[in-house]
Design a protein around this ligand. Structure first.
Ligand code: ADP
Length: 504
């Protein structure tokens, strides 16, 4: 049989997954291995670099074994990965010199505050499209070089910096290429969206030598071959992409205004913004969708900090649910929330409010309120928070996008999908293949290999499972949004009190 299968490696925050797809984008087999999360201090999150390599190799071998294919039958592999997580390794040995500092890690928050105080925020925003934050790689890298005394070796060119895609490519590909792709690069806070290259001003600001940085490839471009010892034969790696970017591609969001929302622990919403960087939309990040054939396609991105985590809270802290899926069963037992509103601002409120003093707020309770109302209010809160992002994007686009493609664990909840359609006044489309990150990585690899003609052909492979149409009118939509806005207002008033107390 001719080489035709596509292999996706999806190196995520809690597990490494691999999946084998047919060229039509149908899943043949998959495998996943979890690895340890390290929390050495409050707010710090680390991964053991070797764990990332080991679990990726195991998942890859297991998926290929389950699919029953030989390496010669795999036309290309694509890598999708947790973004922003930062590694530094020895160029000679490939060994990491420090733990991987995970995107969630807050250890460099003080450094970010200093950057802001020095007035660097507008420069960073203009060049990278990002809001200065400890999430992004630049301050993590600076911290690693300082903490481990690596500056001199970095300047001599003895070290490599990279995000997870880059580390995996170095370790798994023949010839140890030091490469990354443009979507991963644009999350470092060192990459200029406009020039599509590392930015010298930012490198100077962080005192980082270019010798430390990987070569930036297109998202769908040959990076080299998987070392033959891994699968028993070489397999060309033809795509590297940040996970959310791969998911956008896997959802077939090809045209400006096409938007997807991933319902996980948090939500990540990305909208295709077309061939030019989106303008400055407060609360949203301007980023790349992907870069193919040297041509960048841009995106707008927003996130909800607490989405599925609110369901986990009902399950684990309140004990009113046994499983996340039970939230749907309970919520369906009531017509509405009975006036209950839940603002799960456990860690503050993100876009469009950006208030770090806000906390979770439950209001409108009566003696008759029960766990069904609570479950429904939690599902609504996920839809309302997503709607807040979608409306910012609609503002940038100049129209309601009309359609929202959903994926992630929470998208299994049909009631929540319906609530989203109602609240946002959009058709919510759920695909057959909900592992859209892996699918996107596989399809990008297919494009990179030339097996799939281009993004348009890849997008044509997207298959719907179910559509959810808005079932309420504009007047009711307005009334529901007003209820949510009032609940958020209460949370913000409370936040003002808390901020006042903190400052006095
Ligand atoms: P992540 O990649 O962030 O770990 P997943 O995509 O695996 O997340 O989704 C898991 C999240 O989705 C959990 O927070 C869980 O509470 C939520 N979730 C899973 N199933 C459902 C469901 N049926 N209804 C609502 N939320 C759900």
């Amino acid at each position: 049989m001719a080489a035709q299968f596509l292999l996706a490696l999806d190196q995520g925050t809690t597990s490494s997954r691999a999946a084998v797809f047919t060229p039509e984008g149908r899943l043949t087999a998959s495998a996943a291995f979890e690895f340890a999360q390290r929390y050495p201090r409050p707010g710090w999150v680390e991964h053991e670099p070797e764990d990332l390599v080991d679990t990726t190799m195991r998942a890859m071998r297991e998926a290929v074994r389950r699919a029953g294919v030989r390496p010669g039958q795999i036309a290309a592999a694509g890598v999708a990965n947790q973004r922003e997580t930062t590694l530094v390794w020895d160029r000679e040995t490939g060994k990491a010199l420090a733990p991987a500092v995970v995107w969630q890690c807050r250890r460099t928050a003080p450094m970010v505050e200093r950057l802001k105080a020095e007035g660097l925020a507008p420069l960073i925003r203009a060049k990278t499209g990002l809001v200065p934050d400890a999430y992004f790689s630049a301050t993590k890298l600076r911290w690693l070089l300082d903490e481990y005394g690596l500056q001199e070796r970095a300047e001599k060119g003895e070290l490599c910096f990279g995000t997870v895609d880059s580390f995996l490519a170095f370790r798994l590909l023949s010839g140890q290429p030091h490469v990354t792709d443009a979507t991963n690069a644009c999350r470092t806070m060192l990459f200029n969206l406009h020039t599509q290259d590392w930015d010298d001003d930012l490198l100077r600001a962080f005192n980082l030598p270019r010798a430390l940085l990987p070569r930036v490839l297109d998202t769908a471009q040959a990076a080299g071959d998987l070392h033959p010892s891994l699968l028993g034969g070489p397999v060309p790696v033809c795509a590297l992409a940040g996970d959310q970017h791969a998911a956008l591609f896997g959802q077939g969001c090809l045209n400006p205004g096409d938007v997807k929302n991933t319902y996980g622990t948090g939500c990540f919403m990305l909208m295709n913004a077309g061939e030019r960087p989106a303008g400055d939309v407060p609360g949203l990040l301007s980023t790349l969708a992907w870069r193919i054939g040297g041509k960048p396609v841009f995106a707008l991105e927003g996130s909800v900090f607490v989405a599925g985590a609110a369901i986990q809270w009902l399950r684990d802290e309140l004990g009113v649910l046994k499983t996340a899926a039970e939230s749907e069963e309970l919520a369906r037992q009531v017509e509405d929330t009975g006036g209950v509103h839940f603002v799960p601002a456990f860690t503050g409120l993100g876009a469009p409010h950006w208030n770090m003093y806000a906390r979770g707020t439950l209001l409108g309770l009566t003696r008759g309120s029960n766990r069904c109302h609570l479950a429904r209010a939690a599902l609504e809160s996920i839809a309302f928070q997503s709607d807040d992002l979608l409306r910012l994007m609609a503002g940038a686009l100049g129209r309601n996008p009309g359609v929202l493609r959903a994926d992630g664990g929470g998208s299994a909840n049909s009631l929540m999908m319906q609530l989203q359609a109602d609240i946002s006044g959009v058709r919510v489309q759920r695909p057959q293949e909900r592992e859209t990150t892996a699918l996107g990585a596989a399809l990008l690899a297919g494009v990179g290999k030339g097996l799939i003609d281009g993004p348009r052909e890849a997008a044509a492979l997207w298959r719907p499972e179910r559509d959810f149409e808005p079932a309420i009118g504009e007047a009711e939509r307005k009334a529901r949004r007003a209820g949510w806005a009032a609940a958020v207002e209460t949370a913000l008033t409370d936040a003002g009190r808390r901020e006042g107390a903190a400052c006095s």
